[in-house]
Design a protein around this ligand. Structure first.
Ligand code: SAM
Ligand code: DTB
Ligand code: SF4
Length: 330
């Protein structure tokens, strides 16, 4: 059987960093079956197709954030009913990491509701990183914008991954966040990359963005000099009190297309089916894995909102014949 030449071209293509927006739009416009087939075929040339990397999240500092991200329940500007919490003690974080490891997570991601950390905060976060690493887990932190010296301290402290999302396209960014710029995000990402820390960078869909915004987000990620090792694709979790509450729901098939296009453009990255799983059916998640997602957030909570229960995920993995494992080092 001969393949459609358009599919064949993608299957034999080298790793690229020079995507044109029209090429990305053409991927999104493919017939659904052709798109998912192409993504799954590429996935299989780089990864075990039945293996999913498992990360667990913990909010180590919750709420009272000075930023105005329109999706976020942790902004001090919105009344989401959240109880703010100061930076956690190190021992409590390590206990939570041990529980996540016991449940099957290989990476522990610690998130703080900061615009940017203070230098004294970095010292405590490094103690957390070292304690979690001592359990044999990979570490990831997401703390907001970093200075050069903070980035270097995290690298020297042994941090494996830094999460910093672009969230959306450059054009749509200012519709969602006004207290920092897209360029601020790119600058922190460059610092993290230059320091030799693995990059975890993705975005959120379902925020009312257009088709071209989703294409431009993936173009921006894939045209970085090196692809992020992890690419979290979040479906907006709508939280009461935030400005984006009530946004029109994204077509679930468009979410799957976004994962598939990410897989095609960043063949060696871990593409993570991230926030939003709590409202997705098992069948929808199965299609996400078929489209090339091979990482999830696991554990009953994301940062402040609900995620599927661990026993439900364990049954889903059994039903799909999936197993956990792997790291995102390509
Ligand atoms: N404050 C730091 C920052 O913004 O970089 C780190 C924590 S922040 C909560 C991490 C990421 O969570 C955001 O960049 C965003 O992509 C994601 N996020 C926050 N609220 C979300 C929501 N309601 N739905 C989906 N993703 C969300
Ligand atoms: C990412 O891309 N998604 C995670 C993690 N990186 C930090 C956060 C999702 C947060 C969802 C809303 C909440 O639970 O507060
Ligand atoms: Fe603060 Fe991060 Fe939430 Fe924005 S996404 S309000 S920076 S915690």
């Amino acid at each position: 059987m001969s393949l459609n030449p358009a599919i064949n071209a993608h299957l034999s293509a080298a790793i690229r960093h020079d995507w044109d927006i029209t090429e990305v739009q053409a991927l999104f416009a493919m017939p659904f079956n052709d798109l998912v087939f192409t993504a799954q075929s590429i996935h299989r040339t780089h990864f075990d197709p039945n293996e999913v990397q498992i990360s667990s999240l913990l909010s180590i500092k919750t709420g009272s954030c000075s930023e105005d991200c329109g999706y976020c329940p942790q902004s001090a500007r919105y009344d989401s009913g959240l109880t703010p919490e100061a930076l956690m003690p190190v021992a409590a974080v390590i206990n939570a990491a041990q529980r996540a490891k016991d449940q099957g997570a290989s990476r522990f991601c610690m998130g703080a509701a900061w615009r940017q950390p203070k230098d004294k905060d970095i010292d405590r976060v490094i103690e957390m990183v070292q304690g979690v690493k001592a359990l044999g887990m990979e570490t990831c932190v997401t703390l907001g914008m970093l200075t050069d010296s903070q980035t270097q301290k995290l690298k020297d402290g042994g941090l494996d991954y830094y999460n910093h999302n672009l969230d959306t396209s450059e054009d749509y960014y200012s519709e969602v966040i006004t207290t920092r710029t897209y360029q601020d995000r790119l600058d922190t990402l460059e610092r993290v990359r230059d320091a030799g820390i693995n990059v975890c960078c993705g975005g959120i869909v379902g925020m009312g963005e257009s088709d071209v915004d989703r294409a431009a987000l993936l173009q921006q990620l894939a045209n970085m000099p090196k692809h992020p090792e992890s690419v979290p694709i979040n479906m907006l979790v709508q939280v009461e009190g935030t400005p984006l509450m009530g946004t029109e729901q994204l077509d679930p098939l468009m979410f799957i297309r976004t994962l598939a296009v990410a897989r095609i453009m960043m063949p060696q990255s871990r593409v993570r089916l991230s926030a939003g799983r709590n409202t997705m059916s098992d069948e929808m998640q199965a299609l996400c894995f078929l489209a090339g997602a091979n990482s999830i957030f696991y554990g009953d909570k994301l940062l402040t909102t609900d995620n599927p229960m661990t026993d439900h995920d364990q049954v889903l993995f059994q039903r799909l014949g999936l197993h956990s494992g792997g790291s995102s080092y390509a």
